[in-house]
Design a protein around this ligand. Structure first.
Ligand code: PLP
Length: 432
């Protein structure tokens, strides 16, 4: 499979090149030259296919020309080797729980898959890969954990000192081994230019195999299809496919779901559920895409004003908004509505959502009210404990801390404190 740049100014490359580069040289996102179809056997007998085989089948045609079946199978299996249950919350609403991975968020799946691909490519090249990322919190944890103990890969993570939650900081700074945390004296906007300059630095790039673990990377984006198929596997009423609501920020997750649909997985409709950051809902309303400045909300992993992956969705529908609207709806949910629905579902259904899942739940509930006879799934993208500071006041009680997090909190932090200066980062990369 070849992947071409959506800016059309760079040559098409294979899965390996596209994964290593992240972004094409012309700054475009990579997109597969065609969307493969799942086999009839997979779709018709999915109830009886084991999860690892499903994952392998989903990714096979994209990557099999550069990773042999045995290795690709192992990588796909490891990306989803935790529970991904579909839990019924209401008569017509189920929750796809994507928070049982090591950092309690759906990003674990993509991060684990990509890390293992890069590890594989590094081994082939006989060169150490250095993954360099700046994080404002969540992504860093998933990336760090995904790469932990992957042979041939060193990870350097920059995070703003004092600006990430205590749980997040522990996830970044307690792993050790090949994971190195740099605590930058400044905020996230001070970390990003340091990383950008490192990627632009000629000497650094000659000496090291530097790469980012950006969320637009195809090796993070495409494996997110896995759990849509796992939802379909667990969906009981196969004659009435689900409406799927996805809490959306950068639109990578929902875009993966749409790829699975285009590859043949039955879906009735998609809902892109947004918080107050309503660039896409507005696009659906007016037909004009206007990037906005992100505004802070209580579902902050979705505080994105110019979602990078939306261009891929437009591509899938050949830029035809009429076609797109038949399959996707989008709406914006306020913080107040998010709080109210989270509390209501907890009190009436005894089901505790996080703020991101709550946005999707409400969007789905509204859609189903107007489309009787349909049933739906919302993606619960994080464990509520990750946002305990917001969730606990809403429900008026403590969120039980999972065993995994309790262990993390007990561990000793280890980070290098650094001023926000690019030359210091360069020194560090060259000499440690
Ligand atoms: C990243 C994230 C999202 C948004 O996912 P996108 O793929 O960026 O749309 C939603 N919920 C949580 C908890 C996240 O961490």
């Amino acid at each position: 499979m070849k992947f071409y740049s959506l800016n059309k100014q760079s040559p098409a490359v294979d899965f390996k090149e596209a994964t290593i580069r992240g972004l094409a040289p012309d700054k475009g996102l990579y997109f597969p030259e065609y969307i493969p179809l799942f086999t009839k056997e997979l779709l018709e007998s999915i109830d009886r296919v084991d999860n690892a085989t499903i994952a392998y089948e989903v990714i096979r045609e994209y990557a099999a020309d550069v990773i042999p079946p045995e290795d690709l199978g192992r990588i796909a299996k490891e990306a989803i080797d935790f529970e991904i249950p579909l839990v019924q919350v209401d008569d017509n609403i189920s929750s796809l729980e994507l928070f049982h991975g090591p950092t309690l968020a759906f990003k674990d799946v993509g991060a684990r898959f990509m890390s293992r691909c890069l590890g594989y490519f590094a081994k082939e090249r006989n060169q150490k890969v250095v993954v360099l990322v700046a994080t404002s919190g969540d992504t860093g944890g998933a990336v760090a954990n995904g790469f932990y103990n992957v042979d041939g890969v060193e990870v350097v993570i920059l995070y703003p000192s004092g600006k990430v939650s205590s749980v997040q900081e522990k996830q970044l700074t307690t792993l050790g081994n090949n994971i190195h945390a740099l605590e930058v004296k400044g905020n996230f906007d001070d970390c990003q230019p340091m990383v950008k300059e490192a990627f632009a630095d000629k000497e650094l790039n000659e000496r090291l195999f530097l790469t980012s673990a950006n969320s637009i990377n195809i090796a993070r984006w495409l494996p997110q299809q896995f759990y849509y198929l796992l939802a379909w596997k667990q969906w009981e009423d196969k004659s009435n496919p689900p409406v799927i609501a996805v809490p959306s920020g950068n639109f990578g997750n929902i875009c993966a779901g749409i790829m699975a649909y285009k590859s043949g997985m039955p879906v009735k409709h998609f809902i892109a559920a947004c918080n107050a950051n309503d660039t896409v809902p507005e696009f659906f309303r007016t037909g004009k895409y206007e990037a906005k400045k992100a505004v802070p909300t209580i579902s902050n992993a979705m505080d994105v004003g110019d979602p990078s992956n939306f261009i891929r969705i437009q591509k899938i529908f050949s830029d035809d908004i009429t076609d797109m609207k038949k399959m996707i709806s989008s709406c914006s949910i306020s913080d107040e509505e998010t709080r109210n629905i989270l509390k209501k579902v907890f009190e009436e259904k005894r089901y505790l959502m996080d703020t991101h899942g709550a946005v999707a739940y409400l969007a789905l509930q509204r859609y189903l009210e107007n489309n009787p006879g349909s049933k739906g799934i919302f993606l619960e993208t994080a464990h509520p404990v990750k946002f305990y500071d917001v969730v606990e006041p809403i429900i008026g009680q403590q969120v039980p801390i999972p065993e995994l997090v309790q262990q993390q909190l007990k561990k000793e932090k280890s980070a290098v404190l650094m001023n926000a200066e690019s030359n210091l980062l360069k020194e560090y990369l060259l000499h440690s």
